[in-house]
Design a protein around this ligand. Structure first.
Ligand SMILES: *Cc1c(COP(=O)(O)O)cnc(C)c1O
Length: 349
């Protein structure tokens, strides 16, 4: 059986039709290379318009590079980076932040549901003895988080205020920023409210998980932090020579709110999936605030679903599994998964 990867990750989804059409349209003849093209200028303008502020925008080909390059711009090699223990920068980037900073230490801290709170950060100030411990320089937050939760703007503000009081710059890993933004849009918050107005200095704005191919935007709201950043992008092999293909996709999803619709669609499917699993009696382990569902499945139910071809990952504890929805998740796929969960549950007795 080929296997069904519908809920394995939001990166198993394809490229959304709007971005695919933009790739095709950008394929018309020649254009200047390395970002000197009209597509790149337009994408930068649209990103600045979305955030309602002047900002410096760069592109990287994946989230690991975007995060690592930003942290390298914020930190010197004797610095420390505070983050939550589930953070992608600590658990999923093969030490890229340490490598690109040339030695900064990533300092993971336990939070609740993958979210940090100022009280947890405060204890970090008394770690070590002067020059014997890295000097804290950056706070890295993830929105939406690795466990599918979302920071409210007021929660971000409390964290960024704390960071700025200590002289730390704030990086936001927004690989799933669109999912958080879609959630908070329903409560009347704009992208600006979730970023620079809440004290975020630099955002890594995820394109890939939102339906683009091979692009993340790096948005510096504190523009002095972006000094010479273009050299870091190039040196690390992240400057696309045919950048027009990257940029055209961004303009396509920004011009008509596709980015937010994609995020909202994924979030809605996660809600339906979670409700269905809950109705079958399975425990949902985290608040479902974005596009991920974390569910406890008994071993026989997990085995039964695997036999029926479903692929997804164990994530939390012994029996906590992650199910990710995307812009592409179909109603029929959610229904099929729930039907199979029900069938294997009955068979498992
Ligand atoms: C997916 C993801 C990234 C980016 O991962 P790449 O595979 O390097 O593109 C970064 N941060 C978080 C929280 C993610 O989920």
């Amino acid at each position: 059986m080929a296997g069904n990867y519908a809920f394995a990750s939001d990166t198993t989804a394809g490229v959304c039709p709007e971005a695919m059409a933009a790739l095709q349209a950008a394929n018309a003849g020649r254009a200047p290379s390395y970002g000197d093209d009209g597509y790149t200028a337009e994408a930068r303008q649209r990103i600045a318009a979305l955030f309602e502020t002047e900002c410096d925008v760069f592109f990287a080909l994946n989230g690991t590079a975007a995060n690592a390059l930003v942290l390298a711009a914020l930190c010197q090699r004797h610095h420390g980076i505070l983050c939550e223990a589930w953070s992608h920068i600590d658990t999923d980037e093969c030490g890229a932040p340490e490598f690109f900073t040339g030695g900064s230490k990533v300092l993971p801290i336990e939070g609740a549901n993958a979210k940090l709170a100022p009280a947890a950060l405060e204890s970090q100030l008394s770690r070590g003895h002067g020059v014997h411990f890295p000097k804290l320089r950056a706070l890295s937050l993830t929105q939406s988080t690795e466990l599918g939760t979302v920071y409210q703007p007021s929660e971000l503000r409390a964290l960024t205020d704390w960071a700025h009081r200590q002289g730390l710059a704030v990086h936001l890993d927004g690989a799933r920023f669109a999912n958080a933004a879609a959630n908070l849009h329903e409560r009347g918050f704009s992208p600006a409210d979730l970023t620079w107005r809440a004290g975020v200095d630099v955002l890594c704005f995820g394109g890939t998980k939102n339906g683009l191919f091979g692009t993340e935007a790096i948005v510096f709201f504190q523009r002095e932090l972006a000094r010479e950043f273009e050299y870091r992008v190039k040196q690390s092999g992240q400057l696309a020579s045919k950048q027009r293909y990257v940029a055209a996709q961004w303009s396509a999803i920004l011009q008509d709110e596709t980015w937010r619709r994609n995020g909202a669609h994924a979030n809605r499917q996660a809600q339906v999936l979670a409700a269905g699993l809950r109705a079958l009696g399975f425990a949902i382990l985290m608040p479902v605030e974005a596009n991920g569902v974390f569910v406890e499945l008994p071993p026989r139910v997990y085995a039964g679903l695997t036999e029926r071809g479903w692929h997804f990952y164990k994530f939390v504890g012994e029996h906590g599994y992650r199910l990710m929805c995307s812009w592409q998740t179909q109603d029929e796929e959610v229904a099929a998964f729930l039907a199979d969960a029900k069938a294997v549950q009955a068979a498992a007795g």
